[in-house]
Design a protein around this ligand. Structure first.
Ligand code: NAI
Length: 402
């Protein structure tokens, strides 16, 4: 009896996840993709081809080709959801709700629902599945840089993260599952292979409160809030271009996340938020070997080898003239699935967040959206975010899931 896993999504990450899961002898991997004609295209390809995950070798090592066949690819949830003990949703966050609504009528009440990437995915699961949400499992980020080479047939993994923070909550969090007898986290580690190494982060809210979306939002605000609107001749460096004022803003915003963490801990000491760190400390654990000058947050950002040469995303309005692209995911995803969520959680916990508010008001105007209105998360566009208010989660217990 194989362990039945459903991968939801039809993009780059979904291809890798489905390919790696299907390659395990004790796992049956199915795919649900609701978008356009992806299910037909993928099914058609599987009639004559395997799905190949091509993992690029690093440091001169040869590439590895992992070949497998998902058992079914469908756009009909009723065909693929029943019987699955784990559902892995691997789509950009804006499509989470769509998949959760689609699986809801068919999902087994003892199912593990995993979001990759999934900061604040737990709100969506509880908000949409309600009583049917047993165990929710989230990854802070997609584990790989990956790209489809040929739809349904081949996907290339260009690189893997070294570590990924994960969190799991519910009755099956540590239970042995499937014929492998492994816990859900061990099962995912088994599917992923050696890299990345999964690190448990306590309560899922830890992941929401951790650094990256916060970092990107603060850099965008710091760089562009005083911009005069005139096109630039040069594209500024994203991290290395951070000045003293922006570094201070990033630090202050991170302190505000810690204030939210402390406020919640005071009310709910049983909730494990011990892994929430200041952004400087986060860099010290994540990029310890990459940073040349550790003396301040500014020097950490300016001298991190992993960030060398990375630039702002800009639009060329005329040859050699650039304006910032405010539709880039550092704003279009990191605001609705980052700062908006943290701000919404803070509101439920009754904690004031003047710095978050300042950045959010600026960013929502750039996005042409309304999230924060008259000091509350009540704007018309909150329903396209994963803040607790979007799902009617009103109390701290509802937000935390118990
Ligand atoms: P992707 O760009 O491959 O996602 C596209 C897929 O999402 C489509 O194939 C479709 O299945 C689904 N989709 C798109 N529009 C939809 C719509 N309107 N309705 C329903 N479904 C729709 O995503 P990818 O590359 O798998 O990444 C997943 C997440 O991970 C994203 O949030 C991305 O920003 C992030 N990420 C991706 C990396 C990569 O190397 N691919 C690296 C780091 C993060």
């Amino acid at each position: 009896d194989k362990f039945q896993v459903l991968v939801c999504g039809g993009g780059n990450g979904a291809h890798v996840m489905a390919g790696l899961a299907a390659a395990k002898p004790d796992i049956e991997a199915r795919v649900l993709t609701l978008f356009a004609d992806e299910a037909d295209q993928w099914s058609e390809s599987l009639k004559t081809n395997d799905l190949t995950v091509l993992v690029k070798g690093s440091d001169g090592q040869p590439d590895t080709a992992i070949k497998s066949k998902p058992s079914m690819v469908s756009k009909k949830p009723e065909e693929v959801v029943p019987g699955c003990k784990m559902i892995i949703i691997v789509v950009p966050a804006f499509a989470h709700n769509l998949y959760l609504e689609a699986i809801k009528p068919y999902v087994d009440p003892k199912c593990i629902i995993l979001g990759v990437p999934g900061p604040s995915f737990d709100h969506a699961v509880r908000g949409i599945l309600g009583e049917k949400a047993d165990t929710v499992f989230i990854f802070e980020t997609l584990p790989w840089a990956c790209r489809i080479k040929e739809y349904g047939k081949e996907v290339e993994v260009l690189g893997s993260k070294e570590t990924v923070l994960v969190a799991i909550q519910g009755s099956l969090s540590t239970a042995p599952i499937g014929p492998m007898g492994k816990s859900p986290v061990e099962t995912l580690q088994y599917v992923l292979g050696a890299a990345p190494v999964l690190h448990l982060a306590g309560h899922p809210l830890c992941i929401t409160l951790m650094a990256t979306p916060t970092l990107h939002s603060a850099i965008m605000y710091g760089t562009w809030t005083n911009w005069d609107g005139k096109p630039l001749d040069k594209i500024p460096l994203f991290y290395q271009g951070v000045n003293e004022t922006t570094a201070q803003l990033i630090s202050d915003l991170s302190d505000e996340n810690l204030k939210v963490t402390k406020g919640i801990k005071r009310k709910r000491p049983d909730v494990d938020l011990s892994q929430v760190k200041h952004v400087y400390d986060w860099f010290m654990t994540r990029y310890t070997n990459d940073v040349q000058d550790k003396s301040s947050l500014k020097t950490v950002l300016q001298t991190n080898n992993a960030y060398a040469g990375l630039k702002h995303s800009m639009l060329e309005v005329e040859p050699g003239k650039f304006v910032p692209d405010f539709s880039h995911r550092y704003i279009s995803e990191d605001i609705p699935f980052g700062l908006v969520v943290t701000r919404g959680v803070a509101e439920v916990a009754g904690i004031e967040t003047p710095i978050m508010d300042k950045i959010l008001l600026w960013a929502q105007e750039k996005l042409g959206k309304e999230f924060l209105v008259n000091g509350k998360m009540q704007g018309k566009d909150i329903y396209s975010t994963q803040c607790p208010q979007a799902y009617g989660l009103k109390t701290l217990d509802e937000v935390l899931g118990h």
